[in-house]
Design a protein. Structure first.
Length: 366
């Protein structure tokens, strides 16, 4: 994209008294750096519920591209997401990276389903400058469709067989910000067979987070499904945020199946609530969950070499009213340093809930 439109936008914001956030461009996967990273952890014996299965995309609403890489543009994707329905790609036989200059936004009246399937060959890049994908049922700019936007079943957003790289939500403020690759409030989010590299959000703040994914207000309290997906995978490829560099939420349940989390970093300082004289944050190197009643189930997954400047190098889980629960099943959590604090007997985890986490056939170690 030419820098002229960006310069014009900056001038217009300045005229309105708004200082724009300057986000430096990034190309985390340049030179094939991400090519060899697997999608998800090795298949396990964990049961997959029906709502964790990939969606059928045999009858797409929109096909982005006409068989060549040049036909697969960021603007074409933005238009397809705004239209809703089932979105696939025809960008030619080779893998392709689509660079976005603006965020693809779901419109709430274009449901009931929005499914984006990259066929294992498509990477969506924010270039370090923009958030990649946005859904918010409580954002009037995306059309209110009910009187209870904080709990409605649609749009149901599914992303599958895609790579998200270099999305950035730094400075995004609506509904608390966060979610460099994906911000999803309302409806129901599902992530199947995706990879997330080099995505980021604000570097400080007591509750902001989700370098890769930030989720709020999922319908009926049902869990976000994360299936067979990778967050990081090698040094230099991880996601970064004040908290929850891979996954972050408030009051949302998650089911994480056969997924890989490595080299993600929570870099805030001062925890939550922020210690006096600090900006706050730094918890949940991979996963940061806060709120009241919610649950986390991790099965068949591997978390290693994630770091938190404060608490929970792998997982930070705080249920304020002590009703939340966590289960770790057939998983491995190794070398996830908590530089500030963690729960005794749970390496890499800070947990506050109704009872100790249930740990089944899993390895937790420093």
């Amino acid at each position: 994209m030419s820098r002229a439109p960006l310069a014009l936008a900056a001038l217009l914001l300045a005229a309105c008294g708004v200082t724009p956030i300057e986000r430096p461009s990034r190309a985390t996967c340049a030179g094939g750096a991400c090519d060899a990273i697997p999608t998800g952890a090795p298949a396990s014996s964990c049961p997959f519920p029906a709502d964790a299965q990939p969606e059928d995309v045999s009858l797409p609403t929109t096909v982005v591209g006409i068989g060549t890489p040049l036909s697969c543009t960021g603007d074409a994707l933005v238009a397809a997401v705004a239209k809703g329905g089932v979105i696939t790609f025809d960008c030619g036989p080779a893998p392709v990276t689509i660079l976005l200059s603006r965020t693809a936004k779901v419109f709430n009246d274009k449901g009931p389903r929005v499914i984006i399937d990259g066929g294992g060959k498509v990477s969506l890049s924010g270039g370090g400058r923009v958030r990649i994908l946005y859904q918010d049922t409580c954002d009037p700019a995306q059309v209110w469709t009910s009187s209870h936007c904080q709990d409605q079943p649609t749009p149901a957003l599914t992303v599958q067989h895609l790579t998200f790289v270099d999305g950035d939500a730094t400075g995004e403020a609506f509904d608390g910000g966060g979610g460099g690759a994906i911000f999803a409030r309302g409806g129901r989010l599902k992530v199947v067979g995706c990879r997330f590299f080099g995505n980021g959000a604000d570097a400080v703040g007591p509750d902001v987070g989700g370098g890769a994914i930030r989720a709020l207000s999922q319908s009926l309290g049902l869990p976000v499904q994360v299936v067979g997906s990778t967050f990081g995978g090698a040094p230099g490829l991880g996601n970064v945020a004040a908290n929850g560099a891979a996954l972050s939420s408030i009051g949302v349940s998650w089911s994480v199946l056969d997924s890989l989390f490595t080299d993600n970093r929570a870099i805030g300082t001062g925890a939550n609530p922020a210690r006096p004289g600090t900006p706050g944050g730094g918890s949940g190197g991979a996963i940061y969950l806060d709120g009241n009643t919610f649950s986390l189930s991790v099965c068949g997954s591997r978390l290693r070499d994630n770091t938190a400047r404060e608490g929970g190098g792998a997982i930070f889980f705080v249920s304020n009213d002590l009703t939340g629960s966590m289960t770790i099943d057939r998983s491995t959590l190794i070398h996830n340093p908590s530089q500030g604090f963690e729960t005794a007997g749970l390496p890499g985890i800070f947990f506050l809930g109704k009872s100790p986490p249930t740990v089944i056939d899993s390895t937790l170690s420093h």
